[in-house]
Design a protein around this ligand. Sequence first.
Ligand code: AMP
Ligand code: ZN
Length: 468
Amino acid sequence: MSFYIYNTLTRSKDELVTIKKDKVGMYTCGPTVYNYAHIGNLRTYIFEDALKKSLEYVGYKVKHVMNVTDVGHLQSDGDEGEDKMALGASREHKTVWEIAKFYEDAFFEDCKKLNVKRPNVVCRATDHINEMIKFIQKLEEKGYTYESNGNVYFEIDKFPGYTKLANLSIDELEAGSRIEIDPNKKNPLDFVLWFTNSKFANQIMQWDSPWGRGFPGWHLECSAMSMKYLGEKIDIHCGGIDHIPVHHTNEIAQSECALGHKWVNYWVHGEFLVLDGGKMSKSSGDFLTVSRLEEEGFNPLDYRYFCLQSKYRKQLVFSFESLKDAQNGYRALKKKIGAIISNIEDGLTINKELIEAYQEKFKAQISDDLNLANAFTVLNEVIKDSALNNKEKAFLIEDFDKVFSLDLMTIEREAIEVDEELVNRLIAERNEARANKNYGRSDEIRAELLAMNIEVLDSKEGTTWRVK
Ligand code: AMP
Ligand code: ZN
């Protein structure tokens, strides 16, 4: 079965044809570790995680590489504004290194709570300064750079394909990025590859380079590190849509000029999560984190469920009311599944054909540009299908959860509503049956209770019960 994915480069749903058979090289732009990730950022990581798991589900072996930005990212995504890491350090009276370590750990803690799997390779920018310097040297040798007032710039006019990803004219790109006039630049869209002391002279993160002591521009790390870990051609490169006009456009320019050939085959972008009242922004300081959702009584997986219900290419509006709806939906789903998995009678077998038919149906949906909403419909069909026994249902639910990663096979105690009156009545009836030596009836009641996920415990002190 072919896998189709929307490619920003072609602006169409394209069939995935990988460079190496049955393998996918996937690069996703990672966090800038100067603050907690907000739930908008995390929507993007959840989508990327689901994409990777869908590719694995249909049979690809995926090598997933993600960077951690701990140097060079300025507030504007371009060359304007303050250094984000330095901002974090001064906000918290810590060193940039402490900030980077703290927020990197916090990011992966959040990912763990959201069942976002750690990429195969996680690479920090500050661990790859040599690779970045060599990359600039390559561009320099090929004539794509110039030095001005101490900084090394990439000259975008030397790359004819500069506008292809954003599909905008140079004027439109300029208007969109609202860049300050920088007299050092030949073209306002030129971007810095290496900053020297001329910018943020008191920046602690500095390294020697052929152009002077300084630090790399932000865009460079993704090109240099992805090439190190994935080679000169990449199947899929992901990120949020905000990266299209600046970061990814610049990544393409420097990479294709250094390599002399096409670099990434499929550019896949996730749409934004927005708040009821507009954009979520870290700089305003008022943004929602996973911990905040937990404080409000949500399980992080309620949020994962919320995100997976909507198409990754559509903007998603967040409100606590809609998250509450998702929480109810998720709980109801788990309750139905709980009733299935706690009620698998002994001796049931699995009909391979029935299973495979459903797996194909599921694959068809995830392969259709990650149509997870329809994949949930397939899951619900499985739950309702009277032609499937509970063992088969449980098998398929566990199988689909390789993509959803919603812990569907874990029974939540609170998700099971216990009708205590009924349980106590049955226990009393069973006690009476036992007193009358009617062991057949007593066993029947035990089985009945077990089907309700209630375990009966007999002891000298009497009979008690608990939720299994
Ligand atoms: P950053 O840490 O700012 O570099 O962003 C990390 C990732 O989150 C990037 O892929 C961004 O494109 C993405 N992103 C930023 N804001 C949002 C948002 N509101 N909704 C979805 N993704 C976002
Ligand atoms: Zn990047």
